[in-house]
Design a binder for this molecule. Structure first.
Ligand SMILES: Cc1cc2nc3c(=O)[nH]c(=O)nc-3n(C[C@H](O)[C@H](O)[C@H](O)COP(=O)(O)O)c2cc1C
Length: 334
């Protein structure tokens, strides 16, 4: 996830039980684009044992060819095409989710990518742009270009992040693509049990988890424990406290001034705060914090001490009332 799941975040996930696969933040592809060193570091310094797929976002075939050739020099598990980003200034350029309006263009892009990639070519997409009219045609394009894995976010681009997830489309994709192209189900998987139920119900190869992994970085460990018939680890607020402090630490750079660091932390805390079921008090206080000491005092108040430290975290995210705004979920600064 852009601005979130970089190398620093991978380090923390690795300590808590990593997923089987990682996808990088997207590499922008345009006439003057260069591979971002920051994103590359999550490939070259991967601190986990799990493979990393490099995600790209773009539409110009020459630029995609150049970028794919550059990426092939790095130890990646494959190259993933982003066809899901819902930010208007992105889809208006016909990249990200905008590509879903044009299956012929998708075919050209995947054809070009396929001819340069010996290993895995993968796709991340939504079920359509504003409806699912192109869904089958795009699945055909995926089959024709021998795509190796599809991650399917079960909303349309216009559906954003919080409309009801349409999981039936996982079943449709699994049936349509068969063994040729396995499917990862994605969209509002909130708990480890959700992940297991969903995979079993629709027979997908697995699941892709986004926001819940920021709130609960133990979720991959929990999934494995449940699958092994064990009781899953239930983190306490004290564990969340340690996670928040470590996060500040791994994100810090001497060149980043304190206010900017606090803002950077808030990108994560907007999701982490949903693990604290207190009517949004933590979220409200955290959003007003300006300095590191203010932020750390808020952690102390809500996550430590006799009252709170041992309190188990609720596995579902807090449902926010209208007074507290949900996290901004626009990403894709292309
Ligand atoms: C902050 C943020 C950044 C994201 N960045 C990317 C990205 O770079 N590439 C991508 O394919 N999807 C990205 N997504 C979408 C997620 O991968 C995922 O499809 C979506 O959030 C739904 O899954 P979830 O409910 O498990 O979060 C991002 C989502 C969020 C909230």
């Amino acid at each position: 996830m852009q601005d979130v799941t970089g190398l620093s975040f991978m380090r923390l996930i690795a300590e808590r039980g990593e997923p089987d696969l990682f996808f990088t933040e997207f590499f922008r592809v345009h006439a003057n684009s260069k591979l971002s060193p920051e994103i590359l570091s999550s490939i070259t310094e991967n601190p986990t044992k799990s493979p990393v797929f490099a995600q790209i976002i773009g539409e110009n075939i020459d630029d995609i060819n150049r970028t794919v050739s550059e990426l092939m020099c790095y130890p990646i598990a494959g190259v993933d095409l982003n066809m899901g980003c819902p930010a208007p200034r992105v889809y208006k350029k016909n990249v990200g989710g905008g590509l879903l309006k044009d299956p012929k263009k998708i075919n050209q892009i995947l054809h070009a990518m396929r001819s340069r990639i010996d290993g895995n070519l993968t796709v991340k997409m939504r079920i359509g742009f504003e409806d699912d009219n192109n869904f089958e045609e795009i699945l055909n394009v995926i089959l024709a270009n021998k795509v190796n894995l599809l991650s399917l976010h079960v909303r349309t681009v216009k559906g954003g992040y919080n409309t009801p997830p349409q999981y039936d489309f996982v079943e449709k994709a699994v049936q349509y693509l068969g063994d040729e192209c396995p499917v990862l189900a994605n969209g509002s998987i909130e708990t480890a049990r959700d992940a297991i139920l969903l995979r079993e119900r629709f027979d997908s190869l697995g699941v892709m988890i986004g926001r819940a992994a920021i709130r609960n970085p133990w979720i991959f460990r929990q999934i494995r424990e449940i699958e092994d018939g064990q009781a899953p680890f239930i983190p306490r607020r004290a564990d969340l406290h340690t996670y928040c402090l470590q996060l500040y630490d791994v994100l810090s750079r001497p060149s980043i001034e304190e206010r900017k660091m606090v803002s950077r932390m808030k990108k994560f805390l907007n999701y982490i705060g949903l693990a604290i079921h207190d009517d949004g008090v933590f979220l409200g206080e955290m959003r007003r914090a300006v300095t590191k000491s203010e932020l750390f005092a808020i952690f102390d108040r809500h996550l430590s001490g006799e009252v709170f430290a041992e309190r188990p975290l609720d596995q579902k995210p807090l449902k926010l009332d209208r007074k507290i705004k949900p996290p901004e979920q626009g990403y894709c600064h292309v």
